[in-house]
Design a binder for this molecule. Structure first.
Ligand SMILES: Cc1cc2nc3c(=O)[nH]c(=O)nc-3n(C[C@H](O)[C@H](O)[C@H](O)COP(=O)(O)OP(=O)(O)OC[C@H]3O[C@@H](n4cnc5c(N)ncnc54)[C@H](O)[C@@H]3O)c2cc1C
Length: 339
C-alpha cells in the first residue's frame, strides 16, 4: 500500500471529445496532488485519441497515460475496465477519481471490484488528510440529512466518482508541459463478450445542466397554477425551468426538471430560487451557481444563506412585477439571453 503514489483522473471521452466533468476533476485533483506533493495524472482510453493528451495537460495534469486500440472505439465495460486495471496495477496510484456519469460510474465500479478496493459514489466534496494520505470523500448520506466523509483506509487506490458541475476546472493553460505515457494492450474484438451494433442518439432538448439562466420554483408557488409564474418568468428570459423535489412529487413539473441531490446539478450564471426553502438536498444541486437570486416570504429561509441577492416577500406579487419589468426592458431593445 505504501508503494501507491499519485493522483489519477479517469478522462472520459466520447467520439474524441473530453467530457466536461473530467476537466473539472483535473481541477480538483490538482489541489489534492499539490497537498500530497505527488504528480497528477490523466488516464485516457479510446481509438485515435492521443491528440487529446495535450488538453489534459493544459487543464492541470503532469502526466497522461494513453491506451489507443481499435477495440476501444466505443465504450464497453469489459475492454475499458481491463485497460484501466492494467494501468492501475502497473503504476499504482493512491487516489483515482472518475466522473459520476453513466460510463464513469460503470467503469469505476467494475475497476473497484476487480482491485478489491473501496469506491465512494456521487461525491460532492474532496479533501485529503496529508499525514495519513487518506482521501476524504464527502457526500450526502442517510436520506441527505447529513454529509458523510468516507475514508478507504486499508485498500488502494482510494476511488471516488464525482458529480458533474460540482468541482471547478482550471483555466486552460497551453504553456503547460507534461509527460505522455503510451501503453499497449492486448485486445481482440472476437474475444469481446459484447458488440456495439448501433448507437442511437437521444435528440431531446439539452438538459438544465447547460442552461445559463434557471428559474426554479418551490412549494411556495402554492399549486400548479401558481407554478405557471415560474414558466412565464423563464420564458421572458429564455431561461430553463427547475423545480424542487416537492413540486416534482406534486406533479407540477416533470422529474427531468428536478434540481438537487436526486435530480440535476446545475451551475448557471443566474439562478432564481423562488418560493423554495433551500433544503440541503436542494442546495447541493445549485449552490455553485454564479449569482443566486432568492425570493421567499420567510426572511429566515435557508436559501438566503447561499443567495447573492435576496428579496423577502410574496412570490405571487413579486414575480409578476419582474415579468412586467423584463418584458419592458426587452421591448426597449434588450435581447433575451437564451439559456
Ligand atoms: C433522500 C432525499 C433526497 C432529496 N432530494 C431532493 C432533490 O434532489 N431536490 C430537492 O429540491 N429536494 C430534495 N429533497 C427534499 C428536500 O429535503 C426538501 O423537502 C425540498 O427541497 C423542499 O422543497 P421546497 O423548498 O419546494 O418546499 P418547502 O421546504 O416547503 O419550502 C417552501 C418555501 O416557500 C416559501 N413560501 C411559501 N409561500 C411563499 C410565497 N407566497 N412567496 C414566497 N415564498 C413562499 C416558504 O417560506 C418556504 O421557505 C430530498 C429529500 C431527501 C430525504
Amino acid at each position: 500500500m505504501q508503494e501507491n503514489r499519485g493522483v489519477w483522473v479517469y478522462i472520459e471521452q466520447n467520439e474524441g471529445k473530453i467530457e466536461g466533468v473530467s476537466l473539472e476533476l483535473l481541477g480538483a485533483g490538482r489541489k489534492l496532488a499539490d497537498k500530497l506533493e505527488v504528480p497528477l495524472a490523466g488516464v485516457i482510453l479510446g481509438d485515435s485519441i492521443r491528440h487529446l493528451s495535450d488538453e489534459v495537460i493544459y487543464h492541470g495534469a503532469d502526466e497522461i497515460y494513453v491506451i489507443e486500440h481499435s477495440v476501444l472505439k466505443q465504450y464497453r465495460t469489459e475492454s475499458y475496465m481491463k485497460g484501466v486495471i492494467q494501468l492501475a496495477e502497473a503504476y499504482k496510484p493512491e487516489i483515482f477519481l472518475y466522473g459520476a456519469t453513466p460510463n464513469g460510474k460503470d467503469v469505476a465500479s467494475a475497476v473497484a471490484t476487480d482491485l478489491s478496493t473501496g469506491l465512494t459514489a456521487d461525491t460532492t466534496m474532496l479533501d485529503v488528510d496529508v499525514e495519513k494520505r487518506l482521501l476524504e470523500a464527502s457526500r450526502p448520506a442517510f436520506g441527505g440529512n447529513i454529509m458523510a466523509t468516507i475514508l478507504c483506509k486499508k485498500h488502494r487506490p482510494q476511488m471516488a466518482t464525482v458529480r458533474p458541475k460540482v468541482m471547478k476546472a482550471l483555466p486552460r493553460d497551453s504553456s503547460r508541459k507534461g509527460r505522455v505515457i503510451e501503453e499497449k494492450m492486448d485486445l481482440r474484438e472476437e474475444e469481446m463478450r459484447t458488440k456495439v451494433l448501433e448507437i442511437v442518439k437521444d435528440v431531446t432538448k439539452p438538459g438544465l445542466a447547460d442552461a445559463h439562466i434557471i428559474v426554479c420554483g418551490g412549494k411556495g408557488m402554492g399549486d400548479e397554477r401558481g407554478f405557471q409564474l415560474i414558466h412565464e418568468l423563464a420564458d421572458v428570459m429564455g431561461a430553463g425551468v427547475g423545480g424542487t423535489r416537492d413540486v416534482v412529487e406534486a406533479g407540477w413539473i416533470g422529474h427531468d426538471h428536478q434540481i438537487g441531490q436526486t435530480g440535476e446539478t446545475v451551475t448557471p450564471k443566474i439562478y432564481f430560487a423562488i418560493g423554495l426553502s433551500g433544503a440541503i438536498q436542494h442546495l447541493v444541486g445549485m449552490k455553485n451557481s454564479e449569482t443566486i437570486i432568492a425570493i421567499n416570504k420567510d426572511p429566515h429561509a435557508p436559501i438566503f444563506g447561499v443567495s447573492t441577492y435576496g428579496i423577502v416577500g410574496d412570490a405571487h406579487e413579486i414575480v409578476p412585477l419582474l415579468i412586467k419589468q423584463f418584458k419592458e426592458a426587452f421591448k426597449k431593445g434588450g435581447e433575451k439571453t437564451h439559456a
